[in-house]
Design a protein around this ligand. Structure first.
Ligand code: COA
Ligand code: ZN
Length: 309
């Protein structure tokens, strides 16, 4: 099996995780969690999104979040955006990068973004024109790349066409998202392998959900075809508000633990991620879907630390 010596993790919990929570997470707690995460060694954090606050009320405080976090040098603070207005707000708030999502399914795009795929791509074009001259990195993603809860199978050709459209706009860091947890190691290997072969100048990241328990297996399958950037969420918080069942990103501490155990460097301190997850668990008042949070790491077990991570 082909595993890299090092991978890059992107923490998406403060956006993908928090947006699923009904109860409003106070801005101070969001800031506390992001600051904890940035002290863990994780190089990039999706800190918030600049979307319509009437649609996603949890993200209504994105300006305040960006203003109050402690910007740690070396950490890239990104925000998800879905239209030009979002880009304007994110730039004004001082993000390092914007992450723009288009769905590989027309129905999902319409339901999530209230736009057609063509409209989203037109908006992305405008966003790129706005960001390029001021040095704001644009990181596009293909959402529901492995299947759509509304349309069923998503043809690989559609994902490839979107990735090619991104590359044609000069965008090189492309994320492929298993938004509703429908990927398996075989489809991951095939799609990511194909994308890497067709677009050798692009770097692909995999956005992982663990909806059906295949998240870590999918990460390994992607590593096997040369992918080295992965997106996960503290405590396994997360999902997509369009389909209420898509809960559960891969938990960052589980992914870090996998890498630690296999000798794959992440630069991330698993204990700090656990501290952040524990804090969220306390606030939310329910156990989070993270194995390492519940059981601790092997090192803890062997060194006699009885309290889980
Ligand atoms: N930030 C703040 N307000 C926004 C906005 C943004 N990025 N985009 C649109 N709005 C506001 C408009 O100003 C307008 O306000 P008004 O009613 O006071 O005039 C209102 O929203 C409607 O504008 P419209 O252009 O019709 O946009 P929309 O409501 O169709 O919004 C999205 C498009 C994509 C921003 C919206 O569907 C959305 O926020 N979806 C969230 C999806 C999401 O986050 N999913 C999870 C991650 S993929
Ligand atoms: Zn997601």
């Amino acid at each position: 099996m082909n595993v890299p010596t090092r991978v890059t993790l992107v923490e998406v919990g403060p956006r993908d995780g928090f947006q699923m929570e009904r109860e409003f997470i106070p801005t101070d707690l969001k800031v506390e969690i992001i600051d904890l995460l940035s002290s863990s060694g994780v190089p990039a954090i999706e800190a918030t999104s600049f979307v319509n606050p009437k649609v996603i009320p949890q993200m209504a405080d994105s300006d305040a979040v960006m203003q109050r976090i402690r910007r740690r040098p070396g950490v890239r603070y990104c925000a998800l955006i879905l239209n030009v207005k979002g880009a304007q707000r994110a730039i004004a708030a001082g993000v390092d990068a914007v992450r723009f999502v288009v769905c590989a399914s027309e129905t999902y795009n319409q339901k999530n973004m209230n736009m057609s795929v063509a409209q989203s791509l037109a908006a992305l074009r405008e966003v790129v024109a706005m960001c390029a001259p001021i040095g704001i990195h644009v990181e596009p993603a293909v959402s529901v790349a492995f299947g759509c809860p509304f349309e069923g199978e998503v043809p690989e050709a559609r994902v490839i066409a979107l990735a090619e459209a991104y590359a044609a706009l000069g965008l090189r860091d492309i994320c492929i998202a298993d938004t509703v947890g429908l990927a398996n190691p075989r489809t991951v290997r095939r799609l990511l392998g194909e994308l890497r072969a067709r677009l050798p100048d692009c770097a692909f990241a995999l956005h992982l959900h663990d909806t059906r328990g295949l998240g870590l297996a999918n990460a390994l399958a992607a590593m096997d075809v040369g992918v080295t950037t992965f997106e996960s969420s503290l405590g396994g918080l997360g999902g997509c508000p369009t389909t209420k069942v898509s809960t559960g990103n891969v938990s960052t501490e589980d992914l870090v633990n996998l890498c630690d155990e296999m000798g794959i460097e992440t630069g991330v301190d698993v204990e700090i991620i656990c501290e952040a997850s524990r804090r969220m668990q306390e606030f939310l008042g329910r156990p989070l879907p993270s194995h390492v949070l519940a059981a601790g790491t092997r090192r803890m077990l062997f060194t006699g630390v009885s309290q889980p991570c």
